[in-house]
Unconditional design. Structure first.
Length: 337
């Protein structure tokens, strides 16, 4: 299909996401095509390495097509919504268990579902143009695509910080936290792609890699670990409020960021991270699928996507509006079925 191009040459199967007007956001057809191609390459001796990239330097993949998911949900098309998330999470699991080197070039924007088709792979390359994020709490959803498995396993409490706040990071923090494995300057990507079939993927990528820039999280890493190690969102907020000294300004800004997110989403995310830290990826994906079946039809998801991506007024009206008003019993039922 036109939005997912693929070819095989020199032992490398190349998948190129080509939906630039939507920043390569994944719709159901793209997810199905990627799955079909990867399943075909899994046992193909002509394919020794898989490469996944975006078609332009602006974006690797901005995530799943959540506007389409919202529209289907509001139209009452529950089957379409359920199939989208089922297919997406199945693709994430396929990538995680792929028996061949899977190289993702996260050049440009890589958010949400874009991390789901990259972080589960064996080699994740970022450039100076990379911007990574899991912004779901800001649209009334929750960090998904297997992130409830990989975020709790990043360095320190950085994954919980990224998942709750939706903050964007660059190449330095991506490598430092463990989201990315290598940094390659953008002007060396073409040569890397051309050389990928000349030897073991890891060795080839390492030849082109350079030290990443300093992590933008480094100056606040101690405070991130101190505040976001808390399991409950209310405790994270309390620790941020208690911050004094050199990290006080960062803490105040982070409190403002959390205050703009869906309170229900924050509770769901924190609960998923607690459970995900002690679960397998398969268990996390199954749990996420169950939570997505509820969240995709919730008020906050409809409202969050409206405010951020449809009307773009950036003024979502969450219900309930505060962390304290969120029904803990409801959250527990959603999380545990």
């Amino acid at each position: 299909m036109d939005t997912v191009r693929h070819e095989v040459g020199d032992g490398v199967g190349r998948l190129v996401l080509d939906r630039p007007a939507a920043l390569n956001a994944l719709d159901l057809d793209m997810i199905r095509e990627m799955t079909r191609v990867l399943e075909g390459w899994r046992d193909d001796p002509a394919v020794r390495t898989v490469l996944v990239a975006g078609s332009s330097p602006r974006a690797f993949c901005a995530g799943g097509d959540i506007r389409a998911a919202r529209a289907a949900s509001m139209a009452g098309d529950e089957a379409n919504v359920a199939e989208f998330f089922r297919a997406e999470y199945a693709l994430n699991g396929l990538i995680a268990e792929y028996p061949k080197p899977y190289v993702a070039l996260l050049d440009g924007i890589a958010m949400g579902g874009g991390l789901g088709i990259s972080v589960h792979g064996s080699i994740r390359v970022v450039t100076e143009r990379s911007r990574l994020a899991m912004p779901e709490t800001g649209i009334g959803f929750f960090p998904d695509v297997g992130s409830t498995y990989f975020l709790p396993r990043l360095r320190g409490a950085s994954g919980r910080y990224l998942g709750l706040t939706g903050v964007h990071i660059g190449a330095g923090a991506a490598v430092d936290t463990g989201l990315a494995t290598h940094h390659v300057p953008a002007d060396r990507l073409s040569a890397l792609v051309a050389a990928l079939g000349t030897g073991p993927a890891g060795e080839v990528v390492a030849r082109f890699a350079t030290p990443p820039p300093a992590s933008e999280l480094a100056p606040v890493a101690e405070a991130v670990d101190r505040c976001f190690a808390a399991d409950q969102v209310e405790d994270v907020v309390a620790r941020l409020e208690a911050e004094t000294g050199p990290h006080q300004e960062w803490a105040r800004g982070t409190l403002a960021t959390l205050a703009a997110m869906s309170p229900t989403s924050l509770h769901l995310a924190a609960g998923l991270f607690r459970r995900g830290a002690a679960s397998s990826l398969r268990e996390c994906l199954a749990r996420e699928l169950r939570v997505a079946a509820w969240a995709a039809h919730s008020h906050d998801f409809h409202e969050g996507v409206r405010a951020q991506l449809v009307d773009k007024d950036r003024r979502p009206r969450w219900s309930p509006a505060t962390l304290a008003e969120v029904d803990a019993a409801l959250v527990a039922r959603v999380l545990d079925g």
